[in-house]
Design a protein around this ligand. Structure first.
Ligand SMILES: *[C@@H]1O[C@H](CO)[C@@H](O)[C@H](O)[C@H]1NC(C)=O
Length: 270
């Protein structure tokens, strides 16, 4: 158990470490509204709402996210689109109640297999430069291979102490081989065929080329993008961020086309 003084000192050290940098190591603040599909899923806290998870708009009334963000139901959570700063009153923001929550029926809370959920908003969004849906990879599409550079974004913690950014952060990350992520010193058998794992890369200029980080708490539910198309959902399996041998884990979206189409009413029978 760390004493309060140790914690305070660590906090000051981290403030010093991060205040001149670009947020998370391997990440930086995104250009405002450059990722207009980003959703902030928020939960009531006191008089206001607090960011809890990410998500992304896939159609004008649908947001994709991770089951582990809302495992027991919507419980009054809201979805905000058009956000750059969580705290500022941006006129681009559109706030929604959750009309329907569809958690994947085969979600496994022990290993986070099938960590994909769809939220139906209470009304369609008004499309704008700041609010748009994004394409996602379908069955038969080519998933990024080992060492491919992919991108992720979120309002997740900047460090293991849980300090949260106000502005959307983004990071370039690199896919790690499944063979490696299945190793017992990584995720072992908890790493299933429905998962991609990836490490953040160091930004330029970078004096720690081997320092890599994964996405952190609060990034969950957000997108993993390859060539501008969503290929994964930040899942992480509840792991702490920032451990060299624990890359981020992402649900492979292309494995769920049929389920997604069925839920959104786009199936062959619709
Ligand atoms: C879209 O715009 C209309 C007209 O301004 C407004 O009534 C409606 O509430 C807006 N919808 C959302 C989702 O904000």
């Amino acid at each position: 158990m760390l004493g309060d003084k140790t914690l305070a000192a660590t906090g000051i050290f981290l403030v010093g470490l991060f205040s001149f940098g670009e947020g998370i190591i391997g990440g930086r603040e995104a250009a405002a509204h450059s990722r207009p599909y980003m959703a902030s899923i928020q939960v009531a806290e006191g008089d206001g709402m607090k960011h809890e998870c990410g998500g992304f708009a896939v159609a004008d009334q649908w947001v994709m996210t991770a089951v582990h963000c809302l495992p027991t139901g919507a419980n009054g959570r809201k979805v905000v689109l058009g956000v750059h700063s969580l705290s500022q009153a941006e006129d681009t923001k559109q706030t929604f109640e959750i009309l329907e929550l569809h958690n994947h029926p085969q979600y496994n809370p022990d290993n986070y297999d099938n960590d994909i959920a769809l939220i139906k908003l209470d009304r369609p969004f008004n499309a704008s430069e700041s609010v748009k849906s994004v394409g996602f990879l379908r069955a038969g599409g080519i998933d990024p291979g080992t060492d491919a550079e992919v991108e992720t974004a979120g309002w997740g913690s900047l460090d293991n102490l849980g300090s949260r950014p106000d502005m959307l952060q983004e990071a370039l990350i690199r896919v790690v081989s499944s063979t490696r992520c299945r190793r017992s010193d990584y995720f072992g058998r908890k790493f299933t065929a429905n998962m991609i794992c990836a490490h953040k890369l160091c930004p330029e200029p970078c004096n720690q080329p081997h320092k890599m980080e994964d996405s952190c708490d609060g990034d969950s539910g957000g997108p993993l993008l390859y060539n501008g198309v969503v290929v994964g959902i930040t899942s992480n399996g509840g792991k702490k961020c920032g451990q060299i041998k624990k890359p981020g884990i992402y649900t492979i979206v292309s494995h769920y086309s049929e389920w997604v189409d069925g839920v959104m009413g786009l199936g062959p029978d619709a």
